[in-house]
Design a protein around this ligand. Structure first.
Ligand code: FE2
Length: 323
């Protein structure tokens, strides 16, 4: 079966084409305004959609008539952005007379991560701009074992980078600053049970600007934020008895976060996996693949079921494709 997936939850408009065995195309265009202005990001997605779709078809050597199904990110995400992807998916489904499946974006990150690595039943640390969650499959659901109580680590990183007037997206520049930081500056370490919070540590880090070296501030901020999520991930591994950690989301690109996860997993004799970056960040292939496995497990959707769900939680998804 050939599945085409459309991702449009936030800054990325992605179109992926997959079959059961491989990713045939994974094309995208990223809205690069300062922060995410919902309407402007949605306008960007509408403007680039045809080009991204055409380049995915060309790259995969697949024509529209070859497609067996369409999937799209139904949520969670920014309403106007989600609706661009959903409308395109409905149009393609109607025109080509093929099934449509709306999928949960967070679960798609996990499923493509398992597809791209040897992870089978991991605890997943999903770290991106809008989301920071620790998730594991227990009793027929992807359960959230810990999550941010306010903003995602990526969002925290972007606000910090914008204050330092770094170019957006600033992840790479911050990774370089972090690597050159030497002095750990005192910052609040906020972990409440298994949940974490990043606005307080960000506020305190911003107070050091112009008093301390930016490398030391970046290092201290990211070291603190990463420590909280790695600590909670370790507890999730201990609690569930699972033996694998899967790191995914855009912030999985951070060398320091990878290193911290690796050390923790080595000490526990657990396995640590990170998918290739194109399958970690928001992308269309993960949506195409997740739609495909849901469809093959028997899931069917009517057009009236395809309304977007901005606040759709990971643990609300009925998992029909795993035993
Ligand atoms: Fe994401």
């Amino acid at each position: 079966m050939i599945s085409l997936g459309i991702e449009s939850t936030a800054h990325t408009l992605g179109v992926g084409i997959v079959n059961e065995k491989e990713v045939l195309a994974n094309e995208s265009s990223v809205y690069s305004g300062k922060g995410i202005h919902p309407r402007k990001a949605a306008d960007h997605h509408a403007d680039v959609l045809k080009n991204v779709l055409d380049s995915a078809l060309k790259k995969s050597n697949v024509s529209l008539e070859d497609l067996d199904m369409i999937s799209f990110s139904q949520g969670p995400g920014i309403g106007p952005c989600l609706r661009i992807g959903a409308t395109a998916a409905r149009t393609l489904s109607l025109r080509l007379k093929i099934p449509i499946i709306g999928v949960n974006h967070c679960v798609s990150h996990i499923e493509i991560g398992k597809f791209a690595t040897e992870a089978k039943d991991p605890v997943t640390l999903y770290v991106s701009g809008g989301n920071t969650q620790i998730i594991a499959y227990v009793a027929k659901r992807y359960r959230i074992f810990g999550e941010t109580l306010d903003i995602g680590i990526g969002n925290m990183q972007d606000i910090f980078g914008r204050t330092l007037e770094l170019k957006f997206p600033c992840g790479k520049e911050i990774d370089i600053l972090v690597a050159h930081g030497k002095k750990y500056l005192h910052l609040p370490y906020t972990i409440k049970g298994m949940d974490f919070s990043f606005t307080g540590v960000l506020t305190e880090a911003l107070k050091y600007i112009e008093k301390e070296k930016k490398e030391d501030i970046a290092f201290s901020l990211m070291e603190t934020a990463f420590s909280t999520v790695v600590e909670a991930s370790e507890r999730a591994l201990a609690h569930t008895g699972k033996k694998e950690l899967l790191l995914t989301g855009g912030i999985a690109a951070s060398p320091r976060l990878r290193e911290m996860c690796e050390i923790m997993c080595d000490e526990r004799e657990n396995k640590f996996y990170v998918p290739p970056f194109d399958l970690c960040r928001d992308n269309g292939a993960m949506i195409a693949y997740h739609g495909l496995i849901e469809y093959k497990s028997g899931k069917r959707m009517k057009l009236e079921d395809t309304v977007v769900k901005q606040k759709w939680r990971t643990d609300e998804v009925e998992v029909t494709w795993l035993s």
